[in-house]
Structures are given as structure tokens and as C-alpha cells.
Design a protein around this ligand. Structure first.
Ligand code: FUB
Length: 449
């Protein structure tokens, strides 16, 4: 029932760590996130959008020259394992193609197979319909190092290869080319083992990329982005047999309201919960080709259909009370008087703040883990005329905070009426009409942090 589950491995964690919430990676762009469960960890293989460098002429297009992999055991702290493949290291690829689009990865017999699209070298043989080919790089561990094979997969012309492993261990490649194609892979996953079968009964036009096949409760779910109208939604078809016939079931993720044109996803079961990984241009509001990976829980209805996904800012994972709790990644927000805004519009990776502009405005931030009795907190605030905030855990008031007049950002210490060990939902409300900006808050066991 679970896709791509493999044996646990001992991990040497390298690189930097990023905190949870959406987007899940907060220091670089990460698109097309493909998730892979490996024992007790989840790995995410995204593509890597970058602003176009001087040697890439199309400033208005996707520009992607390498791949990183990220992993987490708690869905909150994500470790960047660094670059696993660079365009200049692909023997058949164009070293300046910047076209390393959506990848995927799966395990077989203790080896990790990373499938990726790339532009063919100019002296190679690009496909008749596409300059893209799909290749494979192999590693002994999910975090690499990956060694790319000498040649691309014969007969696969196009982008976004998806690898699906059925219950019997047979690997299939699924990729978009005039619809969606599916074909068995050979034993070492280097080539197709059969002629591709086109998947029938799919919506048309508008299906050009990003298929993702998974299996749940014995059913095959062929999921895909679909440019139904203006931009992409995520939709799916279901079948009892891997080759079909697939029955079109409809949309499960609506268009982005801000017109980000793409969405690209993967769906996995991790520790008995289904998750969807997808992307949005949260850190690049003016250019939708610099995207960021996000994740949310996914649910099925009793009849096996996928419940509509409502993307959240809060995302997944538990937040520790003693970390910087970014309440702008709220779970719920009052209808009026509270909004979020970028901290720095010249550097979006600085993140967001919550801006309260009226009394009784509030934000709720769910699932905060308190490891012990907390007696204090620090709030990072900016209130040019001063303000008053109320902190609550569930319905219990834990602090009333008189915010002094600040000249810019200030960290103010607060005494908390003890919160017991456990997971709590927090609400921060304004009790004042004054404009009060909150960046984050952090709890501590000491009354005076
Ligand atoms: O990231 C480049 C392309 O945009 C991907 O390959 C597509 O799926 C779309 O997300």
C-alpha cells in the first residue's frame, strides 16, 4: 500500500537545516518536490530554480542547473544534504542547458535511482518533439553521491520522469509526452523493457507535465497537473490495473489564486499519514518560475476518492515551543484586522510577519510541543505606538502582553502562566487598535528568558 518504502539506513546528516511550515525549505528555491520514504525518514528530491545567470539568455524562463536532496524525520526540521547532481556532470547532458526539471527517485535492492530530465548535448540526438531526454543517476544512499549513467533512457523524449514501484517490486516509468506514457523498466532500471502504453481517458488539452503514480488500497492513482483553464490544477484518474483503463475522477487541488502557472506534486504515506508535496512561488511573488516546496496532509474519502487539498501556511510537523514560532504561518486567522506581509520586500527569504490593525484580530497557530512547564516567552515585535497582545493556549489565557512603543523591531520578554507539557494550539490576539507587527514568539522554561 505504501509507495517506495525501503529499509532504514544509518544517516550521516550534512549541510544546513531548515524549519517546518510552508514553504518547507526557506533559504533557496525548491520546485517539483518528489518525496521518498526511507525507513524513518522522508527524503524530498526537488528541482532547483535559480535566477538566470549571465550564461542563460532566457531571463523569463525556468533556470535549473543542479539538484539538492533534503530529508527529515519529524517533518519539521529539514536537512539539506547539498548538491547531488550538477548539469556539468551528466555525460550526455548540455553542461549549460539549465534544464534539470522535475526529478524522481526510488530504491531497489539497496541502491537509489534518481531519474531526471535534462537537455541533450548539442552534438547528441535530441528527440523529434523535445530537446529533453531522461537519465538515471545511481547511489548507495538516498543522499548520494549519485553517479549519472553514460546515456539517457532510449525512447523517452520529454520531461518529468516518474518512477513507480509496484508491490511485486517491478519498476515502471511514467512520463508526459502527448498525454501520459507508462512502460516497465528493465532489471537495472537503465532502459525501458517494453513499448510505452499511452494512458487513456485523460483530460485534454492541457495535460503536459508532472504525472505522479501511486497506489493505495489496491488502486492505482494517476495524478497530474492539468492546465484546465488559465493555470494548472492537480487532477487524477483511478484504475484497478496499472495500464488502465483509468477513470477520470476530477480535480483535487485548485489553481493558485495568484496565478502561479505550475503546480507539481508527489504523494506518500509516512508513519500512517498521507502527505502531498507541491510547490508555490511564495518567496518570489513577482516571478512564478522561482518556486518553493510545500507539504500538507492528504486524506481519502471512504470511497477511495482524494479529498480536495486546501493548501495551508501551517503545513505539517510539530513545532517546538522553544523554537521561533512563526505565527504568520497560521492555522486560522480572523476575518478582519490581521494580515501577513513580507518582512523585507527586497529579500523575500527573510520571511513574513503578522500585522494586527484592530482589537480582537487574531491568528491561531496549531500543534506546538511543550516539553516542560514554560514560564517565559520572548516576542519579536514592532509597534510604533505600542500595543497590547493576548496569548492563549486553547481557551486558557497564558499572558497579556503590554507592548511598549518600539523604534523598529524589539524582542520583549514576557512571563507566562505555566503551560503544561504536551501539544497545544496557540492564539495570539490584539487588544489594541494600534498597528502591531509580530515576527515570531519563542517560549522558555525560565520566567525571564
Ligand atoms: O520545474 C520545471 C517544470 O515546471 C517541471 O518539470 C514541470 O512539472 C513544472 O513544474
Amino acid at each position: 500500500m505504501f509507495r517506495k518504502i525501503t529499509l532504514s539506513v544509518t544517516l550521516l546528516l550534512l549541510g544546513g537545516a531548515a524549519m517546518a511550515q510552508n514553504p518547507i525549505i526557506r533559504d533557496q528555491f525548491t520546485a517539483d518536490p518528489s518525496a521518498l520514504v526511507v525507513g524513518d525518514r522522508i527524503y524530498v528530491f526537488p528541482s532547483h530554480d535559480i535566477p538566470a545567470p549571465d550564461d542563460f539568455p532566457r531571463k523569463d524562463w525556468f533556470c535549473m542547473g543542479d539538484y539538492h536532496v533534503f530529508s527529515s524525520e519529524n517533518l519539521t526540521d529539514w536537512t539539506d544534504h547539498g548538491v547531488i547532481l550538477d548539469q556539468k556532470d551528466v555525460p550526455w547532458g548540455n553542461p549549460k542547458g539549465y534544464s534539470m526539471w522535475a526529478p524522481d527517485c526510488a530504491e531497489k535492492n539497496g541502491k537509489y535511482y534518481f531519474f531526471f530530465p535534462d537537455f541533450m548535448k548539442s552534438d547528441g540526438k535530441p528527440g523529434r518533439f523535445s530537446p529533453f531526454r531522461a537519465g538515471v543517476a545511481v547511489a548507495d544512499r538516498p543522499e548520494g553521491p549519485y553517479t549519472p549513467r553514460e546515456t539517457p533512457i532510449e525512447g523517452v523524449f520529454g520531461i518529468d520522469p516518474c518512477i513507480f514501484v509496484d508491490d511485486d517490486g517491478q519498476g515502471y516509468l511514467v512520463w508526459p509526452a502527448r498525454g501520459i506514457n507508462i512502460a516497465k523498466l528493465n532489471d537495472d532500471w537503465s532502459q525501458l523493457a517494453e513499448e510505452p502504453t499511452p494512458v487513456g481517458n485523460l483530460p485534454s488539452p492541457g495535460l503536459i507535465e508532472g504525472p505522479y503514480l501511486f497506489k493505495a488500497n489496491g488502486k492505482y492513482y494517476m495524478t497530474f497537473p492539468w492546465a484546465r483553464k488559465d493555470t494548472e490544477v492537480l487532477a487524477y484518474s483511478m484504475a484497478d490495473n496499472i495500464y488502465g483503463p483509468y477513470e477520470f475522477k476530477g480535480v483535487f487541488f485548485e489553481e493558485w489564486p495568484n496565478k502561479c502557472w505550475t503546480n507539481h506534486h508527489s504523494i506518500v504515506n509516512f508513519k500512517d499519514q498521507w502527505y502531498i508535496f507541491y510547490h508555490h512561488n511564495a518567496y518570489s511573488p513577482d516571478f512564478d518560475k522561482n518556486r518553493s516546496a510545500c507539504a500538507d496532509s492528504l486524506f481519502f474519502e471512504a470511497d477511495g476518492s482524494i479529498r480536495m487539498v486546501k493548501p495551508t501556511l501551517r503545513g505539517i510537523g510539530i513545532t517546538r515551543a522553544e523554537s521561533d514560532i512563526q505565527i504568520d504561518r497560521y492555522s486560522a486567522i480572523s476575518e478582519a484586522g490581521a494580515a501577513i506581509a513580507y518582512l523585507d520586500t527586497t529579500y523575500y527569504f527573510a520571511g513574513w510577519k503578522t500585522v494586527f490593525t484592530s482589537p480582537d484580530a487574531w491568528v491561531q497557530y496549531n500543534t506546538v510541543q511543550f516539553d516542560g512547564d514554560c514560564r517565559g516567552a520572548v516576542l519579536r515585535v514592532n509597534a510604533p505606538k505600542g500595543g497590547m497582545l493576548l496569548l492563549q493556549s486553547g481557551n486558557k489565557t497564558i499572558a497579556k502582553v503590554k507592548v511598549p512603543v518600539t523604534e523598529g523591531w524589539k524582542e520583549i520578554p514576557v512571563r507566562i502562566r505555566g503551560i503544561e507539557k504536551g501539544i497545544h494550539h496557540l492564539t495570539v490576539s490584539s487588544l489594541s487598535p494600534n498597528v502591531t507587527h509580530v515576527d515570531w514568539l519563542r517560549f522558555s522554561k525560565k520566567a525571564k528568558p
